[in-house]
Unconditional design. Sequence first.
Length: 431
Amino acid sequence: MLPDQWYDANGVWTGSATFLEDGSLAMLYTGSTDKAVQVQNLAYPANLSDPLLLKWVKYSGNPVLVPPPGVAPKDFRDPTTAWLTPEGKWRIAIGSKLNKAGVTLLYDTVDFKNYEQIDGYMHTVPGTGMWECVDFYPVSTTSQIGLDTSTSDPEVKHVLKASMDDTRIDYYAIGTYDDKTNKWEPDFPELDVGYGLRYDYGKFYASKTFFDQNKGRRILWGWIGEGDSEYADVSKGWSSLQGIPRTVLLDQKTKANLLQWPVEEVESLRLSSKDFTKIKVPAGEIVPLHIGDATQLDLVAEFEVHGDALESTTNTAEGYDCGSSGGSSQRGALGPFGLLVLSDARLVEQTPVYFYIAKGSDRKLRTFFCADQSRSSMASDVDKHIYGSFVPVLEGEKWRMRILVDHSIVESFAQEGRVAITSRVYPTQAI
């Protein structure tokens, strides 16, 4: 949709589609008006039988929602997919802020043209700033299938996600939604939206999910920004891309985090394969895996750590942190171990994706999953941060990772997707 009306003259921004009970489709999207006020607009598919829905018709009565009293003109955006209430109305959430607190506003509608604002907020977190690209959806606590947005029963938890405009990070939390009080509360308050879990610990923002009713799965799309200079963007003539679509499920083992995994269709892109088994990696050494030259790879690796080493090793890294503990060049008794991708023959350029096991003074093991961009390129105008996070590794589990490499993008997943890291790297030699 082009910004061709007064109510979206400064931009057609994030929106969400909702399948209605009669089989039709309604799209709500944020428009920035000719006076830079954020409003919500309605659009319909021009041809519902078009599987790609390429053409849309904007509702003649737009805008259907304007910022309510107390909300600033530029703090009202990104409506969610609607869900059905027990009263048979459609409900949407919209991101905003009140002073420095991120908030979710709620509205009810029956026709997507007229709206009633629900008193108060569905949820608010002080100090988190503007919430944009809010997403709200159910996940099953008992099965490995995705759920329609309107699903609500005792075996369902609800995920609330928001993109933090101040930090450009996508946070999510798992909690309980009460459709009588219109409130959502996190199951783990210390992991509330804006403070706790992230979809991705690298470059990943402004994401949204949708329910795929044909395969019974919920799919996450994320926007991947560039990590080089604006000058380089202008030179190459493009900037930013969408990441590989991911399925999203509740982790049935921990019940405390989501699992994200590349959609199964990605596996149809594999043209050939090579297996390496029972490879021993001595301490401090690099073992080559000869696969030939490639800039597009789908790597799956599983690691075992000698049990005696886990038991006998003393305090290894109290307070370890991927970003501030020296990256892959900082060696300890139980790490780092992993894979080097986009590496040239002399290892002048390399992007390590690795695990690091830290044992604290309480002798408990904590695993970290990291992606080190500090040696990814000899270029000086690129992002060279080290990204990563703690990842739960449960008793009896091996250390597993999957890495998708595509020229300048590296998407890494640990422990079936408990943690994901997206890297943008721009090698000059390893190409």
